[in-house]
Ligand binder design. Sequence first.
Ligand code: SF4
Ligand code: SF4
Length: 374
Amino acid sequence: MKKLGFGLMRLPLMDADDPKKIDREAVCRMVDLFMEQGFGYFDTAYPYHEGLSETVFQEAVAKRYPRNAYTITDKLPLYLLRKEEEMEQIFQQQLNRLGLDFIDYYWLHNVGTASYAVAQRLGAFEFVRKKKEQGKVGHIGFSFHDRADLLDRVLMEHPEMEFVQLQLNYLDWEDTNVQARLCYEAAIRHGKQVMVMEPVKGGTLASLPPQAKELLEQYRPGLSPAGWALLFAASRKEVAMVLSGMSDRQQMEENLLVMENQPPLTAREEQTLLQVAEILREKIAIPCTACRYCVAGCPKHIAIPDYFSLYNSLRRFGPEQWGNVSAYYNNLTQTHGGASDCVGCGACEAHCPQHLPIREHLHQVAVALERDEN
Ligand code: SF4
Ligand code: SF4
């Protein structure tokens, strides 16, 4: 299955606290490995790495490989749009950043209840359709983070959309908020192919508790948890591509091996993964995918996803990890607002594709991690 796409949103960093300090040489080496193995699908977006993902794509791919050797997708950031003319400005900026005059797949980024209204009001669907007519983009579609009934409506009202990019993984498959299965089924009903994002749920599915691992070992001994997660998405016929936001060479090597060598899941294996999801649900306190969409607008510069990740570790591994986790927390608060600095403005929640009650969760983090050691 050559369905692996390189998501350029969690690139290797020189400084783990600064998403703009991308390790460009490491990216080039990963790109070379990816291309050598016969893969060539890259996915970027305007806000990734605070605007630098598109530029790094130009350096690592566009300037180093012939145009017909790769496929690139990019996205129109609906959340930024205030006026119609901004769409053309942003599109031109994206072409400049990518160093290209043609984008293979162009999506409306993160369609949901609020952004759908914006897209309708400003004519964003019409904008991408015209770009396709003008030969500036090859295919059009949208990424989606909302409920299945809205997806059904969008696809009914915009049959011209060719693809849907969905969050699809075994933990979200039956999740009542994400509704991955229902969204997938809606896309199929409308005859659309699906691009998958977050197959490993921002890394959440890359490590499993022992009882979950044991369940899986009996089927494919040695297959990594991330490998199982990729297969859950890639095994579906209507899934055209599975994106993975790979951050280092080792992750990429593992993913490539899975996609080259593993056959699709059997029905029994899929059922077992859904059992694993039940086990995990009891242990994951905050289902954040670390997409970082919430961070840019925070007036207190709070490291929201980093705090959620620490809190999840604490919940998962128990109170004996408190010292270790709180040391990381204290380091982060040297350069960011702490969880209790939240002023409750709600700006972050408007951008969260997982619809998390971020303020409430920050309060939990503050209670757990801002106490004195005892
Ligand atoms: S609600 Fe809190 S965390 Fe969210 S943007 Fe406002 S200050 Fe930042
Ligand atoms: S809180 Fe929401 S927006 Fe922020 S990183 Fe997590 S999933 Fe993304």
